[in-house]
Design a protein around this ligand. Structure first.
Ligand SMILES: O=C(O)CCC(=O)C(=O)O
Length: 289
């Protein structure tokens, strides 16, 4: 059997310990341009389709084809009401081949394997987040991801949060409240201020909150678990804060089929069952031939 181990991409014991104690981990310079290409291309395609639609509907008179990836969506929606953008959704979950390529990236899976072992299921819950400047719904309130699947016995679910552009306080980078990963699920409600209905931790739990901004660059990734409390601010820059949040869990946990079809991303025991791109597009969690 071909080995999938590649020691250089695994977390060091020190990194794994930091993750265990702090509840998050920032990894710098892991992904290169070739790793990012499939997802960038998928998103550039999607933005072009949106531009075509806006032109056809008479909402814009310029496709902004010369604008860079970091800016094009911002230019297209500049000065328009939030609702024009939110029609496309605040988080995207397209079943585009580029998403599968990216979610199966061995460097990402190696980091995850260091924490949960080599039997890895990729969760159906993943998002591309084009946080467009000025769109109120760009900010994400303080929450635990587990509040989105409180009944599920999936544990741990590891989020791998990946910037597609440089992120910072101005454009609404990810913020975490360290050492909250062992907290039980805290009570929460649907936020009402921006109409997103995002889940938000009840105010009484936020006294004494310690917020840590995690500015990162393309190539970096941030790992945290589904009870680690986190948020992000609004985008006050003039570019799009593009990111992806992917989720992985051990295969013996609840695959949450009611939230869509995830897929077997890596297995040392049954490598032949790892879902192919075609399986994923057809929404088959495993390769069953
Ligand atoms: O990307 C963001 O702004 C928030 C991300 C988030 O809440 C998540 O990944 O669960």
């Amino acid at each position: 059997m071909e080995t999938i181990l590649n020691a250089s991409r695994y977390l060091t014991e020190e990194q794994a310990e930091f993750y265990r104690v702090e509840g998050y981990l920032v990894l710098k310079g892991i992904l290169d341009d070739a790793d990012m290409a499939p997802i960038r291309e998928a998103l550039m395609d999607k933005v072009s389709r949106i531009a075509d639609e806006l032109l056809e509907a008479g909402i814009v008179d310029d496709l902004m084809e010369d604008a860079p990836f970091e800016k094009r969506l911002a230019h297209l929606f500049k000065g328009r009401p939030d609702s024009d953008f939110l029609k496309y959704g605040r988080g995207w979950r397209d079943r585009h081949p580029g998403c599968y390529e990216f979610m199966s990236n061995p460097k990402i899976l190696d980091a995850v394997e260091s924490l949960i072992g080599p039997e890895i299921f990729c969760s159906p819950v993943y998002n591309v987040r084009p946080k467009v400047p000025g769109v109120a719904a760009g900010a994400v309130p303080w929450h635990q991801d587990k509040s989105y699947w409180p009944e599920s016995n999936a544990n741990p679910v590891i989020t791998v949060w990946i910037p597609l552009v440089e992120t910072n306080d101005e454009n609404g980078c990810l913020m975490v409240w360290p050492r909250t990963q062992h907290t039980k699920l805290l009570s929460y409600h649907h936020e009402t201020i921006t109409s997103t209905k995002y889940l938000e931790i009840d105010e009484k739990h936020l006294a004494g909150k310690k917020e840590l901004s995690l500015p990162v660059k393309p190539g970096d990734m941030i790992l945290f678990n589904d009870r680690c409390i986190h948020a992000s601010g609004p985008n006050n820059s003039d570019g799009v804060r593009w990111s992806m949040d992917l989720r992985y869990q051990p295969t013996d946990q609840d695959p949450m089929p009611e939230r869509g079809a995830g897929f077997l991303a890596r297995s040392l025991i049954h490598p032949e069952r790892v879902a192919t791109r075609e399986d994923w597009i057809a929404e088959r969690p495993e390769h069953d031939e």
